[in-house]
Design a protein around this ligand. Structure first.
Ligand code: NAP
Length: 286
């Protein structure tokens, strides 16, 4: 296994390891073990959740009442991104943070923030994987020097309420077979070759190691080009055509579409908070 982790330079000059360990939905009893195993393997970037007291980013552009617990709609308050960003800038000025960033910002929200920011965000952490490639946001981030960090890089297969098919994608599996890698490694390598950092979550030591083994090799150009054909989440459609009570034709095919898996429905409400619809939350990028 190559232990040569690649570093990415941010717009502040600070460097971020291109692979991090995700910790969302890691059982509290397992997370410490997972982090210890990851550090031993060579991880130096851990993506922590608020519950572990480690929040450093604007996590969603949808604030909640101070001290509130859980996602009750009545806890949602009106966002004031410029004033929140001022507080983040003060944190940077104080030297406590070497870089400050945002998460789940659409192209429009990022553009609006860049208009008023004294210190531009260094990172936008967003859902990104071969079935939600974020082409528009990726190009915008690149043009503005904002690093895109990809969460759910494996398509969040452990999240029960998400229909994730990333690791089952035929193209990913074909590439994995050709290169003698696993589908997870191929999905992660795609993100790295796109210039993102990737944050796979695992509490299994074997998979923490497997996910780290994505350096020192690459997906060759001809196979990399195949990812533009994926651009989809599997959406089964079956259709039967009857004639005089008997099936004469049976179709089973899947649609080609890009789809966001984590839509943030908890941050949308007809009365509370700043967003009435999913379209408004993502400024149409859904
Ligand atoms: N900013 C945000 O709003 C936001 C939102 C979502 C996620 N995140 C961050 O991004 C991280 C990753 O996203 P995610 O947790 O949604 O999903 P993910 O990393 O795409 O997938 C994690 C799931 O894949 C399994 N897995 C890990 N390695 C595997 C492998 N090599 N082969 C097969 N299965 C594997 C894990 O199970 P095991 O644990 O059993 O291995 C877990 O069920 C989060 O943990 C969190 O830190 C941020």
């Amino acid at each position: 296994m190559s232990m040569q982790i690649e570093l990415i330079e941010l717009n502040t000059g600070a460097k971020i390891p291109s692979l991090g360990l995700g910790t969302w939905q890691s059982d509290p009893g397992l997370v410490a073990q997972a982090v210890a195993a990851a550090i031993k393997v060579g991880y130096r970037h851990i993506d922590c959740a608020q519950v572990y007291g480690n929040e450093k980013e604007i996590h969603w552009p949808a604030p909640m009442k101070k001290g509130s617990v859980g996602f009750k709609p009545e806890n949602l308050v009106q966002p004031n991104i410029p004033s929140t960003w001022k507080a983040m800038e003060a944190l940077y000025d104080s030297g406590k943070a070497r870089a400050i960033g945002v998460s789940n910002f659409s192209t429009k929200k990022l553009a609006d923030l860049l208009e008023v920011a004294r210190i531009p965000p260094a990172v936008n952490q967003v859902e990104c994987h071969p079935s939600w490639q974020q082409d528009k946001l990726q190009a915008f981030c690149k043009s503005k020097g904002v690093h895109l960090s990809g969460y759910s890089p494996l398509g969040s297969p452990g999240t029960t309420w998400v229909k994730s098919e990333v690791l089952k994608q035929p193209i990913i599996n074909m590439i994995a077979e050709k290169l003698g890698k696993t589908p997870a490694q191929v999905a992660l390598r795609w993100g790295l070759q796109m210039g993102h950092s990737v944050l796979p979550k695992s509490t299994s030591e074997a998979r923490i190691k497997e996910n780290f083994d994505v350096f020192g090799w690459s997906i060759p150009e001809d196979l990399f080009a195949k990812f533009s054909e994926i651009q989809q989440v599997r959406a089964d459609l079956t259709c039967e055509i009857y004639f005089h009570g008997s099936i004469v034709k049976f179709y089973d095919w899947w649609f080609l579409l890009q789809a966001r898996l984590l839509r943030g429905t908890s941050f949308v409400h007809e009365t509370y908070g700043g967003y009435r619809t999913i379209e408004e939350l993502w400024d149409g990028e859904i």
